[in-house]
Design a protein around this ligand. Structure first.
Ligand code: BES
Ligand code: ZN
Ligand code: ZN
Length: 502
């Protein structure tokens, strides 16, 4: 992506496309009169007659036939009443612009930043939100059609019409682009078919990422997990011909390896349910059961680029959950990595077993706070739907700080209660310390609560993204399929923690 660091006036625009925001009261925009005299008076008539739609998220494409010989058309982007415009709505609006850019096969374009200003959203924020929103909207799910005649298009170069400091604008745009690219890379991982994305392949991807950003990495194989006695991940893996992996990535920002945040992801590359097998309709889509792992890896990519002042350890437990003569069964009693025993009541409640061992390992690797991310339960969908991530915590202060980052990114997170009664039910078993499926009532809480048993006193947030990590239809910020949810919130949170360390 080329960011053209030249301050341009309308007359100097040298791309075929110019993007302009139109608000309910365009007169208030700094430079609007200049634009009208450049483009022609009729722009104001068209706004009056609604031929240019100023309603929020409405886009009008109009040819340009004036003096500037490069410019062919203007994309007018409706913003509505900017007094009520939020950053997230602007990001989503830019998502729609990104889709238009792909549809128009536009590689190079100009954007007039001031036309999008809305108090208190300044030019820098606009540049960031544009790169992020349009970059996500631009995403297309890869396919394997042999008949595909799609031409590859990229948002290749951006030029700015602005009075603001061009270096600051370019820097903000660059970060927004990193955020979008990382989300899109996480989406690619989740969208990969499960025959292509095995635990081994997920490990290979992590290794490439580590090389690219100079992270320390360790990938434990099946025999190494056996030596360590990681009964959670190994039990889930028993029915599979594919090897499991425990992937650990360290990003060290400070001289001493202390004050470390642990990001733990569920990387189940396919969840058949095991012997507690899923019905055929419930199984389709379970290639996305590594969405938590993808969120962690996506966040690590941003961290690798932005290099915040915060130590991070990422731990991903990866396997598929299959059936064979060797698979684990309901009624099995297994011993976890931390020595606790678990009565398996449901082999489809496998994610919590994988996460529990990963969380124990993250603590051993020095994590002082933990966030786990997982497509853990259908229960969270029943409770909160497809647009809210459900969460649990054992530390309100830690949670409140995290929520601020989620508000910043527009990724909705909602806290659910985890009570002593819930914990009692997780600890209820005649034969073991814990059971992995206390019941189907409010079971999002049992899923996360089980992981909490292994976190113990470390400040912890559990994020259940079963509803939010995939979209059943296209939305403003992307197409149907993987959303890359939590990549941006995790990275933003780590960035904010890093700022406190300065
Ligand atoms: N991977 C699923 C959760 C899931 C459901 C993810 C829907 C995405 C969409 C998880 O492993 C699972 O099967 N959970 C069970 C738990 C139950 C058996 C206690 C569930 O939620 O039904
Ligand atoms: Zn399952
Ligand atoms: Zn699962």
């Amino acid at each position: 992506m080329k960011i053209v660091k030249e301050q341009k006036t309308f007359e100097q625009v040298n791309t075929e496309l110019l993007i302009v925001g139109v608000q309910k009261n365009c007169d208030h925009i700094n430079g609007w009169k200049d634009f009208v005299s450049f483009y022609g008076e009729n722009v104001e008539d068209w706004i009056r007659t609604c031929d240019i739609d100023t309603d929020r998220k409405k886009i009008t494409k109009i040819p340009y036939t004036g003096e500037n010989k490069h410019l062919k058309r203007v994309l007018f982007v409706g913003l509505g009443d900017t007094k009520t415009l939020t950053e997230n709505e602007l990001r989503e609006t830019f998502g729609i612009v990104g889709k238009q850019l792909r549809a128009l096969k536009v590689n190079e374009f100009s954007i007039w930043l001031e036309s999008f200003t809305a108090s208190p959203i300044d030019e820098q924020t606009i540049a960031f939100l544009f790169a992020e929103g349009a970059g996500m909207g631009f995403y297309q799910t890869p396919n394997y059609k042999t008949t595909s005649n799609e031409v590859d298009v990229y948002m290749d170069a951006v030029h700015f019409v602005t009075n603001a400091d061009i270096d600051e604008i370019a820097a903000a745009y660059e970060v927004g682009k990193i955020y979008a690219d990382s989300v899109n890379e996480a989406r690619n991982l989740v969208n990969l078919p499960p025959n292509l994305l095995t635990a081994t392949e997920l490990g290979n991807y992590a290794e490439k990422l580590a090389k690219q950003y100079d992270f320390e990495i360790e990938i434990l194989t099946k025999s190494e997990l056996e030596e360590l006695g990681m009964g959670g991940i190994l039990s889930v893996n028993k029915g599979s011909v594919e090897e499991p992996r425990l992937i650990t990535i360290k990003y060290q920002a400070t001289e001493k390896w202390e004050d470390v945040i642990g990001l733990v992801g569920k990387g189940v590359t396919y969840d058949t349910g095991g012997y507690s097998i899923k019905p055929k309709t419930g199984m389709v889509g379970m290639k996305g059961d590594m969405g938590g792992a993808a969120a962690v890896l996506g966040a690590m990519k941003i961290i690798g680029e932005v290099r915040p002042n915060k130590n991070v350890v990422a731990v991903i437990g990866s396997t598929d959950n299959m059936i064979s003569g060797e698979a684990f069964k309901p009624d099995d009693v297994i011993t976890m990595y931390n020595g606790k025993t678990v009565e398996v009541l449901n082999t489809d409640a496998e994610g919590r077993l994988v996460l529990a061992d990963a969380v124990t390992y993250a603590k051993q690797q020095g994590a002082n706070y933990l966030i786990d991310v997982a497509t853990l339960t259908g229960g969270v969908i029943t409770a909160l739907g497809f647009d809210k991530t459900g969460s649990l915590t054992n530390n309100e202060e830690f949670f409140d700080a995290f929520i601020e980052s989620s508000i910043e990114t527009g990724e909705f997170v909602w806290g659910m209660p985890l009570t002593e009664k819930d914990k009692k039910r997780i600890r209820k078993s005649d034969v073991a310390d814990l059971n992995n499926s206390p019941g189907s009532d409010g079971h999002m809480i049992f899923g996360g609560g089980f992981v909490g048993e292994f976190v113990e006193n470390t400040p912890w947030i559990h994020l259940d993204i079963a509803g939010t990590s995939g979209a059943s239809s296209a939305h403003d910020l992307g197409p149907k399929g993987a959303t890359g949810v939590m990549v941006r919130t995790l990275a933003t949170f780590v960035e904010r923690l890093g700022e406190q360390n300065k």
